[in-house]
Design a protein around this ligand. Structure first.
Ligand code: PMP
Length: 360
């Protein structure tokens, strides 16, 4: 640790550098990316990149990519803003709508970066423990909408399917939040392709909804850092102002355009594969006596006692999964990215002895 700089921003005193100390491992199943690879035309486009994509600046606001994304989602191009990953969108949007000191609220457990982005923008964060609801397994873990609305937060964050649980949020809950929220509602749909459902249509009904999407997961382009959001033009313009120009690099924009124009069949095929493997993996985990949570994403969250130690024991066998100790409403759990079945078998061969070693 360094000494505090006298001229450092006070709001940053409580901000730690985000650095989860990732050490290289043979099989990394921690980040829910596309483990099948890069869409083929995007890959060819990257290999054949013209020099100007490197020597010149990219376009200001990625107009061509916005047009392609608009046609994919059936909205107009002025309803899209792009960013350097959806992380950048979330960060820019918090800065766009939250005055320093205002509140961001969201359900817990959820995406770990949200409280950090709030802090980075001098906003306050309040996490509201999710509800466990008996009945339909897919909808067992739901945000406590009344408690979220009662925070009166300027920004409400919902994630569907949720990271790290994989749970979808029921449509009527999302609608209730939008109808009653005081401020802006962020709906993070980083994993929506794997769920086959989206709230994008709700944008037409409300000027306060921002849907956040990414090309890091289903599209296999995480290293290029491509995210985007959809909302009504006035809302999107505020995010774009906060984001600023030249945020999407030219190589990323060209590869993403190639994928959207030529690789959609590849993307859909691999989304379908991920869904099939996800269910097969859940079956295999159940066969081991575990109780994986129903997932609508490309990962499976499985409650496991002493998850940190189990994760370490798996890592000693060359496999990394993400431990989440003491998740609200869940307890200790491991989150496992889905990929080709051979990788899942390799993971299961590390999990079984790790469980015996740690939990007996
Ligand atoms: N939202 C959620 C829910 C995520 O899980 C992630 C990636 N872990 C992101 C946003 C950010 O993704 P990216 O910046 O790669 O678009």
């Amino acid at each position: 640790m360094h000494e505090r700089l006298a001229f450092a921003r006070a709001a940053y005193d409580a901000v730690a550098l985000y650095d989860p100390k990732r050490t290289p491992v043979e099989l990394d199943l921690t980040d829910n990316t596309n483990l099948w690879g890069i869409p083929p035309t995007a890959e060819r486009t990257l290999r054949e990149m013209p020099a100007a994509a490197v020597t010149r600046y990219p376009t200001l606001y990625a107009a061509e990519l916005k047009a392609a994304l608009a046609s994919l989602h059936g909205v107009s191009a002025d309803m899209i803003v792009t960013g350097c990953g959806s992380d950048d969108i979330l960060d820019s949007a918090m800065r766009a709508f939250g005055e320093p000191g205002e509140l961001v609220a969201g359900s817990e457990p959820s995406f770990a970066m949200i409280p950090i982005f709030a802090q980075m923008n001098a906003l306050r964060w309040r996490g509201i423990s999710e509800l466990s609801i008996a009945g339909t397994p897919q909808l067992m873990h739901q945000p406590d909408i009344d408690a979220l609305l009662a925070t009166n937060a300027k920004i409400l964050y919902l994630c569907s399917p949720n990271n790290p649980t994989g749970a979808l949020i029921a449509r009527e809950r999302i609608e209730r939040v939008i109808a009653r929220a005081r401020g802006v509602v962020f709906i993070d749909e980083a994993y929506a392709e794997f769920a086959g459902v989206s709230s994008i249509d709700l944008v037409a009904q409300s000027e306060r909804v921002l849907i956040i999407r990414t090309m890091s997961k289903a599209y296999g382009l995480a290293g290029l850092r491509l995210g985007y959001a959809i909302g009504q033009p006035a809302l999107v313009t505020e995010v774009e102002k906060s984001r600023g120009p030249y945020k999407l690099n030219a190589m990323a924009e060209r590869a993403a355009l190639a994928a959207l124009r030529h690789d959609m069949a590849w993307v859909e095929e691999h989304v379908a594969l991920a869904v099939t493997v996800r269910e097969r993996l859940a079956d295999a985990l159940r066969a081991m006596g575990l109780a994986p949570m129903p997932s609508a994403a490309n990962f499976v969250c499985v409650p496991i006692a002493n998850c940190v130690a189990v994760g370490q024991a798996m890592r000693a066998r060359g496999v990394a999964v993400r431990p989440f100790p003491a998740l609200p409403a869940v307890g200790d759990a491991l989150r496992i990215s889905v990929g080709p079945w051979a990788l899942m078998e390799r993971m299961l061969h590390a999990l079984a002895p790790a469980l015996r070693e740690v939990n007996g």
